[in-house]
Design a protein around this ligand. Structure first.
Ligand SMILES: [Mn+2]
Length: 302
């Protein structure tokens, strides 16, 4: 398989790279449109068209190592174990793991591996999650499945990890109740409030408004970006395209703010379901992954 930005860089040694790209073409529980199994390869193909300069810096100078794709044609337990092992491998090499999904459920084993790695090095420490998503993914079960794309943040919640949710615009009563019962563990600004603020919030930037929420998280965070967090006018190639999503510069502002105020130790981009002939979606995802690496490297963590 080709490597991320292979048109511009050669594959570095794993321990010489600030970032490990981990392709995870796992598709098991997607409920509406399918195709997320083709997401990682489409992003890597699109990355060949990126400029090496991201507008502010050259993230590739810090080293981007692309791992082999996680073999996903086997039972979920084995796929999840492999995701955890690959995440651990990246962290042990001193790199920031960047997973490319695949459906959102793949975040769970990665998050768990990051938490375990952190606790092995700093007893008592915890991570937080920043989630950009159209859905809160806080259901306990979805179609009887506890490890679905729609339950992934509930499983993370069960690990005692606090979350900041940004851009949600489709949520069930069960999830609203969980939020209401756990105001100290589940923080959020939903899409309409984020993008059409009223009252006092109207005079403040997104960065200013999300800062207090980020302050409530531990210093080290995992950033998970569901492609459907963006507006489907920009990124239609996703299973459940909800209207009213984030714009390109909204997402960049969030990423820059998170990178500047927390330490992003791992990240993922999930739920891209490529549509043949429509390159804008996968190119946006490739660019977003590269901008993310730029924000992290400029923050001095990587
Ligand atoms: Mn999601």
């Amino acid at each position: 398989m080709s490597i991320f930005l292979g048109s511009e860089i050669t594959q570095p040694a794993p321990d010489k790279a600030a970032f490990h790209i981990i392709p995870v073409p796992f598709e098991h529980s997607v409920s509406y449109g399918g195709g997320t199994a083709r997401g990682p390869a489409a992003i890597i193909t699109a990355s060949q068209q990126l400029e090496i300069y991201d507008g502010e810096s050259i993230p590739a100078e810090h080293g981007i190592y692309t791992q082999e794709a996680v073999p996903c044609d086997r039972p979920r337990e084995e796929v999840f174990a492999e995701i955890a092992a690959r995440t651990q491998q990246a962290l042990s090499a001193g790199a920031v793991p960047v997973l490319l999904g695949g459906e959102h459920s793949v975040s769970f084993p990665a998050v768990e591996a990051v938490q375990q790695h952190l606790r092995a090095t700093e007893p008592g420490a915890n991570i937080g999650i920043v989630q950009i998503d159209a859905h809160s993914d806080l259901r306990d079960r979805y179609e009887d499945d506890p490890y679905s794309h729609a339950t992934v943040m509930r499983r993370v919640f069960d690990l005692g990890i606090p979350v900041v949710q940004l851009g949600v615009r489709a949520i069930s009563p069960e999830e609203l109740t969980l939020r209401a019962q756990n105001p100290d563990r589940i923080h959020y600004i939903d899409a309409r409030s984020l993008l059409r603020p009223t009252g006092q919030a109207a005079g403040k930037s997104i960065a200013q408004r999300i800062a207090p929420l980020l302050e409530a998280l531990p210093r080290q965070v995992y950033l998970t970006i569901d492609a459907d967090g963006l507006d489907p006018a920009l990124l239609p190639a996703t299973g459940t395209p909800e209207p009213g999503g984030l714009g390109w510069y909204d997402v960049l502002e969030i990423i820059d703010t998170v990178a500047a105020t927390r330490s992003i130790v791992a990240a993922d981009l999930v739920e891209l379901a490529p549509i043949a002939g429509l390159h804008a979606s996968e190119f946006l995802c490739a660019r977003l992954v590269y901008q993310l690496m730029g924000a992290i490297s400029r923050s001095g963590v990587a």
